[in-house]
Design a protein around this ligand. Structure first.
Ligand code: DCP
Length: 371
């Protein structure tokens, strides 16, 4: 039987939507994704693929976009100070910019585009990461039909990190067609499966998500310490929370003044649901004054927060920082929006059912590195 690029039988309609784990595996078999070595266990997630660091990274002077005419390697040649061998592990320091080769190369068919994001665990440790392609004019976006290498720009902001060949900092989603739900479609989906617990949520530009400063067991969140030890990104549970974070006690005021330049982990007031036939992405809410922002946001898997997948009551984690001035955050203030996209098919395994689901049914939760 002839099969198309995502492994469906010929004659079957090419469904628009975000590719499922099965379709990502099929795309790989067809040569649309070319991993330098066989995938690691759990590397394919319900609606995304984790990207692995390759053998080399470069310390560069500056962040950049190659633009229409240059490849990333042209830019690295111009801006790089030093090549770093990642095979035995290397420390990436705060405040520096690195470009790392990734092990996954693409040769996408003309009807498939892709989008990348830091993994939630990467955002939660304030490692700023974006994917770049050759000739890119935007970060984290891969044009339909792109054939070429992928690179990660990495800049740790708060903690120095230890990484190595195979470390997974970013993830990528593959998309066919324009499948983002519009306001009316979101309201309709919410009427069928409530997407957030808010009494009357706003759907404009996505489902509004607000911050909880009332507290969970007396805590409203955590503020990152400065001048800490290293975070080994591949060592879950091996770092003492108290060495890296100051807990923020709820004082009953429902307010928090963000110190400029400090990094905070907070949680959403609403619990969040991603139905199995959809995938979501949190986008920062821009308050126009530009004083603070949810920094990483990221992808939400199909089944996240879904009661049938063991996720009832899951909150979204909010990685927040203030810019140049102290900023007063208040309980219930809108800080992000969840945009939903249709899946091309329901994934066989939902978030929460796989071994690597660290954040299902979470409340206020630091990254998996801390215990
Ligand atoms: N701002 C965010 C971003 C994501 N998530 C949740 C929704 C995702 O479905 C889940 C896992 O996200 P990732 O796959 O990005 O996380 P990791 O790969 O780091 O963790 P896991 O090992 O659990 O997959 O975390 C969240 O609560 N808050």
């Amino acid at each position: 039987m002839t099969r198309n690029t995502t492994g469906e039988a010929a004659g079957e309609i090419l469904r628009e939507g975000i590719l499922s784990a099965r379709q990502i595996a099929a795309l790989t078999e067809q040569g649309g994704i070319r991993p330098a070595s066989p995938y690691a266990p759990d590397q394919i997630q319900p609606a995304s693929l984790d990207l692995r660091l390759g053998a080399r990274a470069f310390r560069v002077r500056t962040s950049f976009l190659p633009g229409g005419r240059r490849s990333v390697s042209d830019c690295v040649r111009d801006f790089s100070f030093h090549a770093i061998d990642l095979r035995e592990g290397a420390v990436l320091e705060t405040g520096c910019v690195y470009i790392a080769e990734l092990q996954e190369t693409l040769a996408l068919p003309p009807d498939l585009s892709a989008g990348a994001n830091p993994k939630s665990s990467t955002g939660r440790i304030d490692v700023f990461t974006r994917v770049i392609t050759d000739h890119a004019t935007a970060f984290d976006q891969v044009e339909a039909g792109y054939a070429g290498p992928l690179y990660a720009e990495i800049s740790p902001r708060t903690f120095p990190v230890l990484v190595r060949t195979g470390s997974r900092l970013s993830q990528i989603r593959f998309r066919r067609g324009e499948v983002r739900l519009r306001e009316a479609e979101l309201a309709e989906l919410h009427a069928r499966t409530p997407l957030v617990t808010a009494a009357s949520p706003s759907f404009q530009g996505g489902v509004a998500v607000s911050v909880d400063l009332a507290g969970f067991d007396g805590l409203i969140g955590y503020r990152a310490k400065r001048h800490t030890g290293l975070v080994d990104v591949d060592a879950p549970g091996r770092h003492r929370t108290a060495d890296f974070w100051e807990p923020l006690a709820a004082d009953g005021s429902g307010m928090l003044i963000l110190d400029p330049g400090q990094f905070y982990i907070l949680a959403s007031k609403e619990s969040v649901v991603v139905p199995p036939d959809h995938a979501a992405e949190m986008v920062p809410f821009d308050p126009l004054v530009g004083e603070f922002r949810v920094h990483y946001a990221g992808f939400f898997d199909p089944g996240f927060g879904y009661a049938e997948a063991g996720g009832a009551g899951a909150r979204a984690v909010l990685e927040v920082r203030s810019r140049d001035v102290p900023f007063l955050l208040e309980d219930g203030q809108i800080v992000g929006r969840l945009v939903y996209e249709r899946m091309a098919e329901v994934p066989a395994t939902l978030y929460g059912a796989g071994a690597g689901s660290n954040y299902q049914a979470q409340g206020l939760k630091l990254s998996k590195h801390f215990a």
